[in-house]
Design a protein around this ligand. Structure first.
Ligand code: ADP
Ligand code: MG
Length: 679
């Protein structure tokens, strides 16, 4: 079997599984082998029932104290029973497995493995697997891969397919030169791929991961270095000379720019005047006020007679930016338009025309801005906001449109400067390091679910004072295999619980874009008091009147993501609050969340999280989706990033093309980062 073989070549994968795999982006054997486990489960030895702890996955050995009882709650069938061993007893529940009622016998001993939760103050073993003695001994102390799945595809099916591919694969060589592997102590590719899926122990996992992370960073920096060479010192077709209107806008803002904003704006002006093509990154924590700086630059772009574009990752954000850009820019006679995927074909065509004619000065949009059909008359400045949602490649997509425009990238991901210099090797960096001074720091608290009544009480008071509230749930709808709050039921319950005068709406990613926009508009306009939402509101949304954010099941999110979410409040002059509600109150969970409770500084949060988890942590939640790395995490793997960057130096384009010829799949992997040099 070869890496490029179709997934159909794998034993047991038919038409149906092929479809399911394609949903996960898996078409070839190589895609499958690069579909890494989300985490691993370790099967630990049997534990006395009296010693189980909340939040842990445990194995217990005992017998039934009573006949299991079946009850229905909405569309769930819940089977529950009490298990006992010599040390104590615990309640056990299974969802939608009614048949177990008949198979489980009083008096028989069972080995059960599942997660311990606490409900109404009582410990419960939830949805445990029943293991035979043999299974238990086979699994004991072993790391079991847990893959991200899609409905219809089981973990077992993915595991089997990966095993088959590993067994049958013919590896021809390794594209990391042996000399590099020796210098950085990296194991061979074949070994690493096997080790990441089925590590014998933590040691093997770490070695495998190290090699694969190195490889990702190495290929990435190789591609980036080539891109940088092509880019640096390019003369621009669009030198700007006039900044009068930007100055006027700056002087008439309802606030004074912070020092960081001023410095950044000066750096931008220098670039734009210089006669060279600008390639600049603005980095600033959530709420530091990056948007207004881009508004100033785009206004200058129009004043100098050109078009500008700003690209954002979601339609909700595009719509919001569109409105505020209109407010800022229309008084200067600037024509601002919106272009997003959900617009009708006719509406899009109108925008395409006016972009080509030059009647649109500034266009705000999503990926729709880089579709084939879009042509610009005179595109001189491209801004991408919340850059971490776009790969470098997409950034370059816009680039290819006109003569080479100036590029401005804005990111809220707190990356230490030394790493930013590598990751954004092709960009100059400006940093906005202070928050606007009218802000009061957000007050945080980390609590368990028993705090909910108090939280609701507090929210009602905030609403009386005219403020608005976000509540975040991890899921859209109820799910069988995950115990967590969902937007639909939560909204329903909240409506029953709170006074009918309180206006409650919901928002989630499965809604139509037009519905989402409508809700966001209503929320911005102050017509909704409480917005229950999934993380779709995570990126960039700005409603300064919102003063409370409550995050349900906060333990299910990464700290960096929680920090981003929290950035939706504390944007106005009123005191804001963030309530992190932990669905399980295990010590580890509370410790991790407490980092957010103590600090509002994104850099600090990222670093402390790392200290707590330590590098190579098997169970860490990934910090950032930065730049589409599959396995690598720029925080956790900072040291490897530096090594890989070092190793990539000195590789020339011809070396890379040579490597691509020898090793199948390598070209595609480089293409994931940039299409500039390898086409
Ligand atoms: P982010 O950097 O997260 O994109 P925004 O640009 O959305 O932040 O700014 C957040 C809020 O702060 C906006 O309401 C904006 O008008 C306001 N703002 C920006 N700069 C300042 C400033 N210097 N003083 C006061 N408020 C500001
Ligand atoms: Mg923003």
């Amino acid at each position: 079997m070869n890496l490029t073989d179709s997934i159909r070549e794998i034993k047991g994968v038919g038409e149906k599984s092929e479809k399911l795999f394609s949903k996960l982006g898996i078409y070839t054997a190589e895609n499958l082998l690069q579909y890494y486990p989300r985490e691993y489960e370790i099967v630990e030895p049997i534990r006395p029932i009296s010693e189980v702890q909340e939040g842990h996955i445990v194995v217990i050995y005992g017998s039934l104290l009573n006949q299991p009882k079946l009850k229905r709650v909405r569309n769930l069938k819940i089977l529950s029973a009490i298990m006992k061993d010599g040390s104590g007893q615990i309640q056990v529940t299974w969802f939608n497995m009614p048949f177990l009622q008949k198979t489980l016998r009083l008096g028989t001993h069972y080995i059960l493995r599942g997660r311990v939760i606490r409900k109404n103050g009582i410990y419960q073993l939830q949805q445990p697997k029943i293991l035979s003695q043999e299974e238990y001994h086979q699994l004991l102390h072993k790391l079991q891969p847990v893959y991200p799945l899609t409905a219809g595809l089981t973990n077992n099916a993915v595991t089997k397919s990966v095993k088959f591919a590993l067994k049958e694969m013919e590896w021809n060589g390794d594209y990391l030169p042996l000399e590099l592997r020796k210098r950085y102590q990296l194991i061979a590719r074949k070994q690493a791929v096997a080790g990441i899926h089925f590590p014998k122990d933590k040691e093997e996992y770490r070695d495998a991961r190290k090699r694969l992370v190195f490889e990702e960073f190495f290929l990435f920096t190789l591609a980036l270095n080539q891109m940088k060479k092509g880019k640096s010192q390019k003369m621009s077709e669009y030198p700007f000379s006039d900044f009068g209107k930007s100055e006027e806008l700056e002087n008439n803002l309802p606030f004074a720019l912070t020092e960081g904003q001023k410095r950044t704006w000066c750096e931008l002006k220098e670039d734009l005047r210089s006669g060279k093509v600008m390639n600049r990154l603005i980095q600033g924590d959530v709420g530091s006020g990056k948007t207004i700086v881009s508004v100033l630059a785009l206004l200058a772009c129009v004043e100098n007679g050109h078009q500008g574009a700003i690209m954002v990752p979601t339609e909700v954000l595009a719509t919001q930016h569109f409105q505020s850009f209109q407010e800022y820019l229309e008084p200067f006679g600037v024509k601002v338009d919106l272009l997003v995927g959900s617009m009708t074909a006719a509406a899009k065509r109108k925008i395409y025309e006016s972009l080509e004619m030059g009647t649109t000065d500034i266009v705000v949009g999503t990926h729709a801005l880089i579709q084939e059909k879009v042509r610009y008359k005179d595109l001189a400045l491209v801004v991408t906001d919340e850059q971490h949602r776009f790969g470098v490649r997409q950034r370059e997509g816009l680039w290819a449109k006109g003569k080479e425009p100036h590029m401005l990238v804005m990111s809220a991901t707190p990356i230490p400067r030394t790493l930013a210099i590598i990751l954004y090797g092709d960009l100059d960096i400006s940093i906005i390091d202070v928050m606007p001074s009218n802000r009061l720091p957000i007050k945080n608290c980390v609590v368990g679910t028993d705090y909910r009544p108090q939280a609701y009480h507090f929210m009602q008071r905030q609403i009386q004072e005219g403020h608005q509230i976000y509540i975040i749930c991890p899921m859209v709808e109820e799910s069988e295999n995950m115990e967590a709050e969902n937007v639909m039921d939560y909204t329903e319950n909240l409506r029953q619980l709170l006074s009918p005068s309180i206006r409650i709406s919901y928002l989630h990613g499965k809604m139509k874009a037009s519905e989402k926009n409508l809700i966001m508009e209503e929320f911005s306009a102050g017509n909704i008091d409480i917005l229950v939402s999934t993380t779709v509101i995570e990126v960039g949304i700005n409603v300064p009147n919102a003063t409370v954010m409550m995050i349900e099941n906060a333990e299910r999110f990464g700290l960096a993501q929680l920090h981003q979410l929290r950035g939706r409040v504390g944007r106005g002059s009123a005191q804001s609050y963030c309530i992190f509600m932990a669905g399980n109150a295990s010590k580890e969970t509370m410790e991790r969340l407490d980092i957010l409770g103590h600090s509002n500084d994104g850099f600090y949060v990222a670093q402390e999280d790392l200290k707590l988890r330590g590098p190579g942590d098997l169970f860490g939640i990934r910090q950032s989706g930065e730049l589409n790395f599959k396995l690598a995490d720029i925080y956790q793997d900072a040291a490897i990033l530096k090594d890989a960057n070092e190793a990539a130096k000195g590789f020339e384009k011809k070396d890379i093309l040579e490597m691509c010829k020898k090793y199948q799949g390598l070209r595609e992997r480089l293409l994931a980062y940039t299409d500039e040099i390898f086409l």
